[in-house]
Design a protein around this ligand. Structure first.
Ligand code: C5P
Length: 415
């Protein structure tokens, strides 16, 4: 994680600059603060407004801006970060770095910094393999600049080979390796301090009679990991859990229930919360008339028929507009086909804000397994997350929740 880390992202002018927008999201989900320097050429590919909206911070471009220099001089800008990242790093900016030029804000900041620098090159394959570039890269590496990529593949110029900028996820992972996990201030580590969270987890059991029930294979691993991650970020968490064999997460209030009706009652009992995450696999149906005593098997008598009735939809209930509605309601969609389309549809049907969609077809081993491949569906679109452990999915989701709950109202309203 990158909670409380400050990253100065320099966006230079290359077609890969659009990926920098995605990189900002990836970094902010991990808890980092990102501030951008945009070069003149970079501004031909992405707008300062997009960078500003995603970073929720001012974008710096002008070396000679009187306001910027009086508020935050270029020396301070370069020192006020834990890491400088150049993405995309074009042939031009790498050459200027190697030569030690300081002819615009980006190159000046790079020359003035006392922090580590990570560059993600992006250029045509011939430019990357040119002797001048090879020499520049060698010079920069000798000076301690860290490189990620470029990757091999098809390029915008229709050529093929090394030159594609690394994917945002790869760059974010490299940044995490460079500066993640170091000591941060208490408030940065606990961005959810003072927030209340409700999580549902595990299966429900719907009694047919005192000894038999309908249920499903949910292990509760993902829901419990989410409760633990929210608590780790400082939230006061109530976990309403069906019968599971995973241990209670530390620092979380756990309410154990059996049926969907009990789960709903426990959720409503939890009082007002800022975020509700429904990760439970609630049984869709229950017995219309559960028997008060064990249904007897009688020789020669046909098996009893089972009349079912619908369970309350907890996610839809919590999502209902009103004063009690949490600021953020998150549901899960376990699908075996048409994952994204069904999940988008579910988000609207249930009235929740986000859906975490995961493929639970048998081949994925998601049910009861340790890993999960999910898509996060929000009003803004679909984010495809890489395959992660259930703990990593939980931490990343908790980071996204912290980011969302920490946003100023004006930005939430504009979305
Ligand atoms: O409708 P479906 O079961 O596919 O929706 C899944 C989502 O809805 C999950 O977030 C689950 O926790 C929630 N849900 C619920 N109550 C139900 C059924 C599903 O909260 N009765």
């Amino acid at each position: 994680m990158l909670h409380g880390k400050r990253i100065l992202l320099i966006v230079a002018g290359g077609i890969a600059a659009f990926k920098s927008l995605e990189l900002i999201r990836r970094l902010r989900e991990r808890g980092a603060n990102v501030r951008c320097v945009l070069t003149d050429a970079g501004a031909k590919f992405v707008t300062p407004l997009s960078l500003q909206a995603l970073t929720e911070d001012k974008v710096y471009s002008d070396m000679f801006s009187l306001t910027d220099e009086s508020e935050m001089g270029h020396i301070q800008l370069s020192r006020d970060a834990d890491l400088l990242v150049v993405a995309p790093a074009t042939a031009n900016i790498l050459a200027r770095m190697a030569a030690g030029l300081a002819d615009d804000l980006a190159s000046t900041v790079l020359l003035a910094t006392d922090k580590r620098v990570l560059v993600a090159p992006a250029m045509n394959v011939r430019m990357w393999t040119h002797a001048a570039m090879v020499a520049n890269v060698e010079t920069l590496k000798k000076r301690g600049i860290t490189f990620i990529g470029p990757n091999d593949g098809a390029m915008a110029c229709n050529e093929h080979g090394p030159g594609r900028m690394s994917e945002p996820e790869e760059i974010a992972a490299a940044i995490e390796q460079m500066i993640g996990g170091e000591r941060t201030s208490a408030s940065a580590e606990k961005p959810l301090a003072g927030k209340r969270a409700l999580v549902t987890s595990g299966p429900t059991r719907e009694a047919l009679d005192p000894v038999r029930y309908i249920s499903n294979h949910s292990s509760g691993k993902q829901g419990h990991a989410i409760a633990a991650a929210l608590a780790q970020l400082g939230a006061e968490v109530t976990l309403v859990s069906g019968p599971v064999s995973v241990a209670d997460p530390r620092g979380v209030r756990v309410v154990k229930i059996d049926s969907a009706d009990q789960m709903l009652a426990a959720c409503l009992d939890a009082g007002r919360v800022d975020v509700a995450i429904c990760a439970a696999a609630v049984a869709d149906w229950k017995a219309a008339k559960p028997a008060a005593s064990k249904i007897k098997k009688k020789a020669g008598v046909a098996p009893p028929s089972l009349e079912l009735t619908a369970n309350p939809d907890i996610l839809a209930t919590l999502s209902k507009p009103g004063a009690r509605r949490p600021s953020l309601v998150v549901g899960f969609a376990a699908e075996t086909e048409n994952l994204v389309a069904n999940a988008i549809d579910k988000r609207t049907r249930k009235g929740c804000d986000w859906i975490v969609a995961n493929d639970v077809s048998a081949a994925t081993g998601t049910f009861g397994g340790e890993r999960n491949t999910v898509h996060l569906i929000t009003a803004q679109g679909v984010q495809e997350w890489p395959t992660l452990s259930k703990d990593e999915v939980a931490m990343r989701l908790a980071g996204a929740v912290a980011l969302q709950l920490g946003r100023p109202r004006s930005i939430k309203a504009a979305e």
